[in-house]
Design a protein around this ligand. Structure first.
Ligand code: NAP
Length: 250
């Protein structure tokens, strides 16, 4: 795994092979801003070279060892993992394993769902060290909400599931270092609301073809948001890119 941007310092001995990024260097490469006062939203996705967000309906076919290493590290650096219910249902989500750095618990998985249609017997609830947070609406069936609460979820009923409401609820809980793992619908609404501070994107060396969508699926007409490349790593033909919103964090 070699960093190509920012340009690495020249090796002391150009005759030696670059040893690549060790864990400390990788963590420094992906550091969050110090103590953000408001939620800082980092989004992490993997895509094929031709822009597919999934192979056979899941992201696993796009991954690589390097992508999985960064996926795990980004969870370790985060205070909460924010994810849409479609991704939880498609990918069979379970709780994060490793503790957030500086804490003795893993980040909770916070699921956005208007329907509360999540299986109380799924690994999200049965295979986790911390209760998942379910961010839902009063219009979701009461019985579904009750079943999730009974299964151990921390169910938060919000007036709306807009990015400001979602991030406001996380901030109320002191969760500021947000890692959004998708999916495309959730990224589309975050993008439309200009709520994405950073996008970490692995470009996987595959031409996936087929009918898979791309990483964002939001409302038509939302203005494009300029991003600045702040990091690039290459590993076995994959690119691991890090873009931050241009003009600094508001
Ligand atoms: N390549 C990658 O890195 C990656 C990452 C993540 C997902 N994926 C793929 O993406 C696909 C899933 O796509 P998706 O668009 O369905 O994923 P999604 O955004 O995770 O889920 C959409 C669902 O989440 C809820 N939701 C999300 N945003 C919401 C909002 N702002 N307001 C209200 N509800 C909201 C709704 O749930 P309810 O229906 O319960 O109301 C909605 O139906 C899967 O194939 C998955 O494998 C790929």
């Amino acid at each position: 795994m070699q960093r190509i941007w920012p340009s690495p310092a020249p090796l002391d001995d150009p005759g030696l092979d670059d040893p690549g990024l060790d864990d400390a260097a990788l963590a420094a490469h992906y550091a969050y801003p110090d103590s953000p006062a408001a939620p800082y939203v980092r989004v992490n996705f993997v895509s094929s070279v031709d822009g597919a967000v999934s192979v056979d309906g899941r992201s696993g076919g796009l991954g690589s060892e390097a992508d999985r290493r960064v996926f795990g590290l980004l969870r370790e650096l985060a205070e909460v993992v924010l994810v849409g219910a479609g991704t939880v249902r498609a990918e069979g989500y379970r709780g994060a394993r490793r503790d957030t750095r500086g804490r003795d618990t893993p980040p909770p998985i916070a699921v956005v769902t208007g329907s509360a249609d999540l299986d109380p017997a799924s690994p999200l609830l049965t295979d986790t060290r911390v209760p998942p947070i379910v961010l839902t609406l009063g219009s979701a069936p009461v019985q579904r909400r009750a079943r999730l609460t009974d299964a151990g979820a921390d169910v938060a009923v919000l007036d709306r599931l807009t990015p400001d409401a979602l991030l406001g609820e996380l901030a109320r809980r002191g969760l500021h270092r947000v890692l959004c793992e998708g999916g495309p619908t959730l990224l589309g609404s975050l993008q439309a609301a200009d709520a994405v501070d950073e996008l970490c994107l692995t470009v996987s060396p595959l031409l996936a073809g087929g009918r898979a969508g791309r990483i964002a699926n939001g409302p038509a007409g939302s203005p494009p948001r300029p991003m600045t490349l702040v990091g690039a790593i290459v590993d076995s033909d994959a690119l691991l890119l890090r873009y931050r919103r241009s003009g600094g964090v508001p």
